[in-house]
Design a protein around this ligand. Sequence first.
Ligand code: SF4
Ligand code: SF4
Length: 395
Amino acid sequence: MESAINSLFGRPVPKLGFGCMRLPENQNGDYIMDECQAMFDYAMAHGINYFDSAWHYIDSQLVIGQCLAKYPRESYILVGKLCFYDGTLESIDAAHAAFEKELHDARTDTMDLELIHALGNPGSLERVDKLNVWDFMKQLKASGRAKHIGISFHSYPENLEKVLAAHPEIEVVQIQANYYDHHTNGAAAIGGSYQTYEICRKYNKSVIIMEPIKGGTLATVAQHPEVKQIFDAADATQSPAAWALRYAASLEGVVTVLSGMSTLEQMQENVKILGEDFKPLSEAEQKMLQKAAQIVESKKPVGCTGCHYCTDKGCPADIRIPEVLSCLNMLNQFHNPRMTRMKYYPAIKKSSPRDCLHCGSCERSCPQKLPIMRLIQEADEKLYIGENIDLWANH
Ligand code: SF4
Ligand code: SF4
């Protein structure tokens, strides 16, 4: 397959990387090993030899170890991640133990790349500095237990700038990137803005892309007839997901684009797009995607600017109003209730629109004069489907 030679690894790296966070599972949450093995075998047979894993992806490294046991270690690139954002790893000793578990489970004695997981999640920057995880990472590299080190990043561009300026030891940055957020600056708050990508380039870092289809939402944008029309005019044989994957893989300096594949069919489809037939986007196609992003942006029904005036003044029910409204916009833009619920449920974990006291304080503070009370109820009616649901299931 067509490969980019990446100087970091000193060997070909496929444009498609296998994100191993959503491996096939049955209804009890147990991995379906024959399906997993079929996916790993298909990947290796098609040059997809970049495997992104994490200590946090429950037992996935055991699956990787088992499925790749028959392949020589030097035939694939294995990436691990340690997460410090949720307080599970509270000391460097705990980090050492977690790293050793990663190696043990994956049946290897070295990681090709080890990342600090989701740097920028609330509290994680402070915790990483306080524990001096930076020295720990440098030691992993010096000892050869990790050949390269880096971060996966989920925060504001200015935080990335600060981290990269302070830590030149970072070799790789894994970021979210997709054509919609790049052209609308829609994900500035979670590390997916074009500015984030540009900062990686400015510091000359190797870039790995995650969430190229924006959590699956860009796979459904052709439900807007205007978007379908320009997609079809450009090339009717390309799926909406293909446009998104090709955009991410066409960005300069990108080592690989991760896709969290759960079925062999998804993998076969992705290999068709980013495998040997991969073509970087032409200038005309880039412009077409910019236009598609603007059309999708125009479908936002709620003109919330995310200024937070409504919550700064204090919502007595502690409802995360801008996040709830952003989910209502997302539902209308992408017609993807399942993916929208994956954002909505965390947003209402503490307090939901059903807790609204109808005090009207938020509406009095809103510079856009939005009917917030009605809109948050609308969001809840469309997105709330009960407690304890499986957010990954089809619904
Ligand atoms: S009306 Fe509801 S959402 Fe608005 S501030 Fe009062 S409690 Fe919060
Ligand atoms: S004050 Fe209005 S525009 Fe600002 S975040 Fe709240 S709802 Fe959105």
